[in-house]
Design a protein around this ligand. Sequence first.
Ligand code: AMP
Length: 580
Amino acid sequence: MSLRFDLNEGLEEKLQSLEDLTWNVKQIQDEMVADILTVNANTEYLHRFLHGKFDKEHFKKNIPIVTYKDVQPYIERIANGEPSDVISAQPITGFTRSSGTSGGKQKLLPLNMNFLENIKFLRNICAFVICRHIDGAEQGKVMKFAFIKPESTTPSGLLVGAASTYFYKSDHFRNQTSNFDFACTSPTEIVLCRDNKQSMYCHLLCGLVQREEVVSVSAAFASTLVRAINFLEEYWKELCSNIRMAQVSEWIEDTSCRNCVSEILGEPNPELANLIEQECNQISWGGIISRLWPNTKFVECIVTGQMTQYISTLEFYSKELPIVSMNYLASEAVFGMNMNPLCKPQDVSYTFIPNMAYFEFLLVDEVNELKIVDLVDVKLGCYYETLVTSYAGLYRYRVGDILQVTGFYNNAPQFRFVRRKDVALSIDVETTTEEELLKAVTHARMVLESSDLMLTDFTCYADISTKPGHYVIYWELKAKNKNKILELDDKLLTECCYKVEENLGIRYRKLRSKEGSIGALEIRVVQPGTFDSVMNFFISQGASFVQYKTPVCLKSSDALANLESNVLTRYFSDKPPPPL
Ligand code: AMP
């Protein structure tokens, strides 16, 4: 059975590989755990717990379920110069740094060649599935907003970088010769530019010059695409002038970027500059993606989990285009992909790919019973937290994402991303999850629909300095009609506060309405650009631009202080929500 997805295979063979992969889930997973245990039998970690018996049964009985805190000392020993075999037989070639913006603290996670191969595998299989669903997806170019974050080193000299940076710097990305890794409008030099601002500008410039060839617009996360459009709003005049004169702006100082962009710019092109100016000058930027890139067939970026908050903004910019949310991965492992790319963003599920790691699932239920099942044994409708065992030295590691089983593709379970674990607001005995907050804010966002306002970003926190404590949501708003200044309508925003409360959980509503132990919910509208500066703050702390996700609930006091200093106005709910 083929466990790899061979780039040189024909379509029929590729399809067969996909079928094999998704039918033989049990066999692949069993072989994988057996292999990981055999290969790593001599590691200090497995020896400590398995005492010489390396079968799956012993593994399940004796290896503890761990969180990052438990394995951190082992990882740090390797970072400080001890050999990889503390946890892994294969050499640890570096560390990935998780963004830390989805679940709290940044983590250093071990990396080896297997991880990069898995990312390559995922990209190829995703491209194949996209081509099966979208005619002509491979017959043009992707305008892909990809960025790197410069690496640092551990005391022992191993590299520490974002997972995506490793990939973009690897030969896997540089030698993309396969027809199933789409051609991009930006040369690799732009992706590898160390300055994200120069990189963003050049991505747009290359994309605009090759506008006719663009068949899809993509970024890892929806937030990055929204940021790219915001950037375009700020820089389109300068971009047009570069195109008109065939001259790259002086501030693009990165020589490799300058050289390759100059080549793509070619001769002065006033017609194209005029055309772009005409589109950008329109009062509304609704549908701007398909207006500037008329052959675009789809937009690709992750729109699940924390990214659901960007769906409506993206829909506004992309109008009728399908938004395709293809993959689900983390610094710990590659998990899955969407087999139905054209489904609605709200219906996206990810099919777990069984040859990426050994996956187990911890049942999440009210009784708190510790029940762990294999990938093939998850039950439809149930909620689980994923445990990963990988070749890079993670064993039964809790990823911290809560998923719900929505179906099966052949024998491979499909999951809806529900939320990050432990990310919740609480004032009294209620706990409000990330998912509940996202839903409630979506309802409030609909109140804005009749107005000229658009919600571009938000984050929440529980303010317990007031008596009683209350939920605070920071909102960044923007005018849909770009010639208008931001006009805040008190009545509308007060109504938004109420809408959020009305759509929060029963416990919240009861404590707020009947018991009065939670105060009126507050929306604090911040200056335009504030969330960019929050992002820059997290980037200065080590997060990468590509992996950055605005936290749904904010814990960092520095980031909160930044938001606070940018508050324009405050609104409170003017009546308690119905308790039931
Ligand atoms: P990082 O390790 O910084 O790349 O962050 C990984 C985390 O991002 C995952 O554990 C998820 O919480 C989140 N994430 C990644 N892909 C998706 C996705 N497709 N949908 C929802 N959340 C995702």
